[in-house]
Design a protein around this ligand. Structure first.
Ligand SMILES: Nc1ncnc2c1ncn2[C@@H]1O[C@H](COP(=O)(O)OP(=O)(O)OP(=O)(O)O)[C@@H](O)[C@H]1O
Ligand SMILES: [Mg+2]
Length: 416
């Protein structure tokens, strides 16, 4: 890695040009941008080349647990040729089940956890905060993959032109994604369904609507439209994303939206589309202050929407979740405790702790679920998966609780 990365990095000559110049001009900035692209392209090629879907394998006991049938039942169905057998390596040894194998088993045994489209609404969950760097994209991608592993049909909509989520799904947003593959064409009135933007991912039953840098132009085109329109049309523009989602929601149980970290036209569209919200926050005083501002802005924004004639928002759930808690910092623990006291049930019980494994996976443009082996250490990896499970399974429970068709099952599981 070091050798090929070094060949892509700026040469001495380039660095010299930049550092001895009297001023840094556009061509220098363009050169730094070009070099940055090279680094991203290198990281993509290095880690994309390993087929991500092959890394995610499940043992027979994990499969039994996830599918809801015994290992014996699975083996019997395999022997009878009712379901596919897992792949084998060149020595003929089984290398575990893929998610697609698991979903085939679920269909065969009748244990798919899908919502009942007659009685249960699709969950449209915004991982929202106007603050940057709090973990919106990290949560979005890990939650999406967790839900896919549980067997749900999931769609992730990246509405942030930074395209972190798109990158974590293995796309190089600027090279692999054209503007007309993002939500832009629908929002611009060129398409009448978001179907065209659904991209397969290396995860079975998990689709992505990607973003790229050009999507930022949507902020201007929506703002321009609203400035020119009369008040009814202006409101209509803020409901476009909601309508776009309605055009595809029949295909999914859960739709996750990763919004940009600012109160702009796209974020306002997300607020109008979501029927559930998770607000990640870091447990520091300044981040907590931002979260407090976020809720004031949310209140004011919805008041304005309602004054303009929109219905009152009715969320199926809205929870603040503490992210990147570092237990060795007493200030983190104090703020986290205070948030439990103040928010009560508006705070997710589970906390996502700070974990080097998240950073290490992100550095490979992957999630922790996609790593075929621990990076930091076995213990850190195991703990990170446990934190993720606590947070993601609590959100899964909130989703299921909102679906009437899951109530009996939750009662039988002793969870309600
Ligand atoms: N629990 C965690 N432990 C360690 N690192 C984390 C954790 N959560 C997030 N990070 C790191 O924090 C950084 C910011 O996270 P992320 O990109 O998800 O935030 P974001 O809210 O989506 O940011 P933006 O507002 O820019 O879109 C990333 O480098 C990510 O790897
Ligand atoms: Mg983000």
């Amino acid at each position: 890695m070091a050798e090929s990365l070094a060949t892509s990095l700026p040469t001495d000559e380039t660095v010299q040009t930049v550092s001895t110049a009297q001023t840094i001009g556009l061509s220098d900035i363009a050169e730094i941008a070009r070099k940055s692209d090279e680094i991203i392209a290198y990281l993509q090629s290095e880690f994309k080349s390993k087929d991500r879907s092959l890394a995610v394998r499940f043992s027979i006991s994990q499969a039994a647990d996830l599918v809801g049938r015994s290992s014996t039942a699975i083996r019997t169905a395999e022997k009878q040729g009712k379901i596919s057998s897992p792949d084998v390596n060149e020595k003929g040894r089984r290398i575990g089940y893929t998610l697609s194998n698991l979903n085939e088993m679920r269909r065969y045994f009748g244990t798919t956890p899908f919502r009942n489209t007659q009685t249960d609404e699709a969950i449209i969950l915004a991982l929202q905060s106007f603050k940057g760097g709090v973990g919106k994209s990290t949560f979005t991608v890990h939650l999406a993959q967790y839900l896919a592993i549980q067997g749900y049909r999931v769609c992730v909509i990246d509405t942030d032109s930074q395209a972190t989520t798109t990158t974590l799904f293995g796309y190089n947003p600027d090279a692999d994604v054209a503007l007309d593959e993002t939500i832009f064409s629908y929002m611009d009135g060129e398409k009448n369904s978001l179907d065209y933007a659904l991209h397969d991912t290396h995860w079975d039953q998990l689709k992505l609507i990607p973003a790229n840098l050009e999507l930022y132009g949507l902020e201007y085109s929506l703002a321009g439209y609203i400035a020119r329109a009369d008040s009814n049309d202006a409101l209509d523009a803020l409901l476009m994303l909601r309508r776009g989602i309605q055009s595809i929601e029949d295909q999914f149980d859960v739709i996750l939206i990763d919004p940009p970290p600012a109160l702009g036209m796209i974020s306002l569209s997300v607020l109008n589309a979501a029927n559930a919200m998770i607000v990640p926050t870091r447990p520091s005083a300044t981040d907590f202050a931002s979260t407090a501002q976020f809720f004031k802005m949310l209140r004011d924004t919805y008041e304005q929407f309602m004054a303009a004639g929109l219905a009152e928002p009715r969320f199926k759930f809205l929870k603040v979740v503490v992210n990147a808690l570092d237990e060795s910092k007493s200030a983190h623990a104090a703020i986290s405790d205070m948030m439990s006291d103040v928010y009560g049930t508006a705070r997710l019980n589970a906390t996502m702790k700070n974990s080097a494994e998240i950073d290490n996976a992100t550095a490979r443009l992957m999630t922790v679920y996609e790593l075929d082996a621990p990076i930091t250490s076995r213990d850190v990896h195991r703990r990170c998966k446990a934190y993720l499970k606590a947070v993601n399974s609590e959100i899964e429970f909130l989703i299921r609780k909102s679906w009437p068709s899951h109530r009996d099952a939750l009662r039988n599981e002793g969870r309600v």
